[in-house]
Design a protein around this ligand. Structure first.
Ligand code: PMP
Length: 293
C-alpha cells in the first residue's frame, strides 16, 4: 500500500514528496512544526497542539496556511489514507517560497504546509526498563518556547545521548539548572514525594503532555513544585521522568551513568504514567488549551 504525504495542497506518494529549493524552511529553518500523537486511530490533545501551532506561527508572524477546521480535516484524511493506528502526524508550516534574502519577503508568500505520518509500535502501560539520560549544555537560542524547525542544538545533544548509549539528553543552562530534554520535558520526584518541573516560560517548550499531566496531577491531588532544579538535585532525586507526545510519561533510571533512586522505574512515576494513559490517551481528560508559563 503506498504511503502518502500532504504537500502544499496535494496528497502525493511519500517517496515523491518534495518542497521547493527556495522554501524558507529549507534555506533558513524559517518555519515551525507540530507532532500530534495518534492512538488507536484517534488524535490525542489535538486542540492544544493546534493552539501551540498557532502560537508559534504568531510569534514568527507567519500566517496560518488554512482554517483550523481545514487543518483538522487534512490531518484525519492523511491518517486514514496511511491507515495509521499508533504513531503520530507531523505538520510543518514555513514562511513559504521566495528568492533568498534574510528579511521577510516584501510580498508575503503563501505559507507552505506539509504533513507526514509515522506508524509506531503500540505503547504499553508498563515500562519494564526506564530510560538513561546524559547531561549536555543547553546551547539553544532564547526562544525555545517557539516550536521552530531549527533544531541543531537538540540534534547534537540527542546524538551525544545516542553515542553514550542513552535515550535522551537533559539540557543544562548556565546556572546549572536543567531546562528540558532535547525533545521532552524534564521532571523529578523529591525524597518527600513532591513532583518538580520547571515553569514553561520562554526557556523551554511548553509540552502538551506536560500540560495534560499537570491536569491529571491536579485531579489526583499530587503535590507539585513548579521551579527549576539542578543536575545535582536530579542525581539525588527519588525518581525522575520525562514527558512527550510519543513517550507519554517515561521513567528515567540513570542520569550520567548514576542510578536514580534504586535504579528502577519510580513507583510514583508509574502511577502517573498509568493515570495519564487512562485519562488522557484513553479519555478526554487532558489539557483543554495551550498555555505558556
Ligand atoms: N521539549 C522539546 C524541546 C520538544 O521538542 C518536545 C517534543 N515536541 C517536548 C518538550 C515535549 O512536548 P510535547 O509533550 O508537546 O510532545
Amino acid at each position: 500500500m503506498p504511503r502518502y504525504a500532504y504537500v502544499n495542497g496535494r496528497f502525493v506518494h511519500h517517496d515523491d514528496a518534495a518542497v521547493h529549493i527556495e522554501d524558507r524552511g529549507y534555506q533558513f529553518a524559517d518555519g515551525v512544526y507540530e507532532v500530534i500523537p495518534v492512538h488507536d486511530r484517534r488524535l490525542i490533545d489535538e486542540g492544544p497542539h493546534l493552539d501551540r501551532l498557532e502560537y508559534s506561527l504568531n510569534e514568527l508572524r507567519i500566517g496560518l496556511p488554512m482554517s483550523r477546521r481545514a487543518l483538522e480535516m487534512l490531518a484525519r484524511e492523511l491518517i486514514r489514507r496511511n491507515a495509521v493506528t499508533y504513531g503520530f502526524i507531523y505538520m510543518q508550516v514555513t514562511r513559504g517560497v521566495a528568492p533568498r534574502d534574510h528579511k521577510f519577503p516584501k510580498k508575503t508568500p503563501a505559507p507552505a504546509l506539509t504533513m507526514t505520518t509515522r506508524q509506531l509500535p503500540k505503547p504499553s502501560a508498563e515500562m519494564e526498563e526506564g530510560y538513561s539520560v546524559v547531561s549536555a549544555p543547553d546551547m539553544r537560542w532564547k526562544r525555545p518556547d517557539i516550536k521552530s524547525v531549527s533544531l541543531l542544538p537538540n540534534i547534537l545533544a540527542k546524538q551525544k545521548a545516542a553515542e553514550a548509549g542513552c535515550q535522551e539528553a537533559w539540557l543544562v543552562d548556565e546556572n546549572g539548572k536543567v531546562t528540558e530534554g532535547s525533545a521532552t520535558n524534564a521532571w523529578i520526584v523529591t525524597k518527600d514525594n513532591k513532583v518538580v518541573t520547571r515553569r514553561a516560560d520562554n526557556s523551554i517548550l511548553s509540552g502538551i503532555t506536560r500540560l495534560s499531566l499537570l491536569k491529571v496531577m491536579e485531579r489526583e491531588g499530587y503535590e507539585l513544585e513548579v521551579r527549576p532544579f539542578s543536575l545535582e538535585e536530579a542525581h539525588d532525586a527519588r525518581e525522575a521522568f520525562l514527558t512527550s507526545s510519543t513517550n507519554f510519561v517515561t521513567p528515567i533510571t540513570r542520569i550520567d551513568g548514576r542510578a536514580v533512586g534504586n535504579g528502577h522505574p519510580g513507583i510514583l512515576t508509574m502511577k502517573l504514567r498509568q493515570a495519564y494513559i487512562e485519562q488522557v490517551v484513553h479519555g478526554e481528560g487532558g489539557a483543554q488549551h495551550f498555555e505558556v508559563a
